[in-house]
Design a binder for this molecule. Sequence first.
Ligand SMILES: [Zn+2]
Length: 272
Amino acid sequence: MRNPKQPTSMPREASAFEPVPPPILRPWSADRLVAGFCGRAGGVSVGEFATMNLSEAVGDVPESVAENWRLLRAALPSDSLVARVVQVHGSEIVEVTRDSARERPRADGMVTREAGVVLGILTADCVPVLLCDAHEHVAGALHAGWRGVLGGIAQAGITAMNSLGADAGSIRAALGPSIGLCCFEVEQDLAERFGAEIPSASRHRRAGRPGKAYLDLRAIVRDQLIEAGLAPSAIESVGPCTRCSAARFFSRRAAGGAVTGLQLSFAGFAAR
Ligand SMILES: [Zn+2]
């Protein structure tokens, strides 16, 4: 005899199909600080964009990207305005206010001192740099690829933070998941250019195959931040090499020249 309490059919396994919120690596904690590094986990994108691609510019299905943004926003304080830039591998930094948060100027870094503005940058191997002065409530986010690093984006970011009232001595920096010394092989010419333009960079280089060399971009950016006045203890590295951990993070190099998604790194202060 059938137990009347037994359902006649299996319940719909709705949870298996519900979008998953993105896991976020958190660099520091401070009152009202909103900061973190997403990877490719969470979200609904498929294929090469699986699953938390947040870029509308790489060929992903617009509805999937919109859903991923909805999931990301749900993980932020409700009054957050996420500001973005059109990243061009330069070293331009823009100041963002609540009024300008919806503009998307061409730049590779942003700073703000307005509560509720969350600065978001997208990467897949380049170094995402988050900055905060928790006393002055000034935040920054930089996209530091090799061109930006050569262009001095780290120093430009600190100068822009200082111009908003931050003190280099109390700024903390977090360098997020990005391609490591293990995987960032470049032409010898480029490695030599780094050595010529950033003398400390030669400490963060090792030999590669003939005509090539490996560079440690995160270590080079770290030195640049120290040179700009940050305390070594105020700079942390968060997360692994993106290429080595391509199952968890988007990596252009791991994709071998094919299209791939981009992950978001963000920093700001909540309004309350
Ligand atoms: Zn690696």
